[in-house]
Design a protein. Structure first.
Length: 394
């Protein structure tokens, strides 16, 4: 049977890798709909090849341009625009699987929509798990959705936990591997430019997650993501730096056995796993050759130089809406850093300041999540503007 897919974030790094896997299995998948944020050209290019029934763009003012470009390309698709239209695609009754590869908290609504509709949800958008927390996991359970993580670490953990009983899980530890990012081993983080920060040594990814990898915030977000997805408290999640990015994460059980998932650092492996699950299929990634692989090394993360990792652990342990504040402050800080308005280490200061300053009760609804997200964004933007006025940044 063919799987009908809604691909949100079709023009991004994960979106393109997903299309590459789908391209290799035309008999198994149809792309029913696709969505992007603002850029028309790559969306049209993807639509020309995959012929979706619906193409949506989050930026409303781009609707006419998108419609005209699709027509010019000979693509006969329905055109929709706006954030609500994007979220709606995730609940479309015509769709079996939602590949949620939007970046940032903009993904909260589509993720909830897919969960509520009981979809098979292939989730790359970690920010929606970080913000959604218990509410999201409750919706997944209630609606009988199937949540398959695409984030490579979580996809690895999912695989390591196959066959583990509830008792075995309850006594197990998650070992999240981290590449360490481009600045691993550095103690002095002054003078880092956006160009330096987005150049990841092992993975090719979107700009936001690349900066998160450079600050170790990505690993912090992933600790929170793992805690919710697998029901592990913060004190049963360890982080280890593994610069080769061959082991994608591990689970250690009570008897001392550790199960690891290995592979080339290529997102098409976790994407193929989730698309094919419970079967296995080829996504175009060459298996490892252990005779030439060389040495795998491990070290502790440098928590002093990269304080956002511990800040994420603390936000998770606090148990309320702190993870939403952490995420929103970080998104604005990353944006300001990429726009050269603040320096690299100012991102740490901003996130820490917002966590200290903003009262974050546990949200009781998606609306409350979005409200806390908005408030935090506004306050972080103000803090960035104040820094600029003071002349200390830039
Ligand atoms: P990216 O910047 O390359 O792509 C983001 C995509 O989201 C683009 O298609 C963009 O148009 C779309 N988008 C952004 N805002 C939107 C909105 N409001 N509505 C609709 N579409 C919107 O990012 P990426 O690297 O592909 O990452 C996507 C998500 O996957 C992030 O949450 C990231 O943390 C996660 N992730 C990425 C990787 C990776 O290797 N790139 C690995 C693990 C997890
Ligand atoms: Mg990851």
């Amino acid at each position: 049977m063919t799987q009908s897919i809604a691909l949100l974030g079709a023009t991004g790094s994960i979106g393109r890798s997903t299309l590459d896997v789908v391209r290799q299995h035309p008999e198994r998948f149809v792309v029913h709909s696709m969505a992007g944020a603002t850029r028309v050209e790559p969306l049209v290019e993807a639509a020309r090849e995959f012929r979706p029934r619906i193409v949506a763009i989050a930026t409303e003012s781009k609707k006419d341009e998108l419609a005209a470009a699709l027509r010019a390309a000979g693509v006969d698709a329905e055109v929709r625009a706006g954030a609500a239209a994007v979220a709606e695609l995730a609940g479309d009754p015509e769709v079996d699987s939602v590949v949620q590869a939007v970046v940032g908290a903009a993904g909260v609504e589509p993720t909830f929509r897919a969960a509520r509709a009981g979809k098979r949800l292939l989730l790359a958008n970690k920010e929606s798990v970080v913000c959604g927390g218990a509410l999201l996991m409750d919706e997944v359970k209630r609606a009988g959705a199937t949540l398959l993580p695409l984030d490579s670490e979580h996809n690895a953990i999912f695989q390591c936990l196959v066959g583990a009983s509830d008792e075995a899980r309850a006594a197990a530890r998650i070992v999240l591997t981290a590449s360490g990012g481009p600045f691993r081993g550095r103690r002095d983080l002054s003078g880092i430019t956006p160009e330096m920060a987005v150049k990841h040594p092992k993975w090719s990814m979107g700009r936001k997650i690349s900066v998160d990898s450079a600050t170790l915030m990505n690993k912090g977000l992933e600790v929170i993501e793992a805690s919710w997805l697998f029901g592990f408290p913060a004190d049963r999640i360890d982080v280890v730096v593994h610069p080769q990015s061959i082991i994608h994460s591990m689970v250690t059980f009570a008897d001392g056995a550790t199960i690891a998932q290995l592979g080339a650092p290529d997102m098409r492996t976790p994407i193929a796993y989730a698309l094919g699950w419970p079967e296995r299929m080829d996504g175009g990634v060459k298996p490892l050759d252990f005779t030439t692989l060389g040495t795998l090394t491990f070290e502790a993360p440098d928590r002093e130089t990269f304080p956002l990792l511990d800040l994420a652990f603390k936000a998770l342990a606090a148990g309320g809406g702190e993870t939403i504040v952490l995420n929103a402050a970080n998104e604005i800080a990353v944006e300001a850093f990429l726009d050269r308005r603040i320096g690299f280490t100012t991102m740490f200061a901003l996130v820490s300041e917002m966590l200290a300053k903003i009262d974050a009760p546990k949200p009781a609804s998606v609306e409350e999540i979005l409200e806390l997200d908005r408030t935090t964004r506004a306050l972080t933007r103000e803090a960035v503007a104040a820094l600029e006025r003071s002349g200390k940044e830039g």
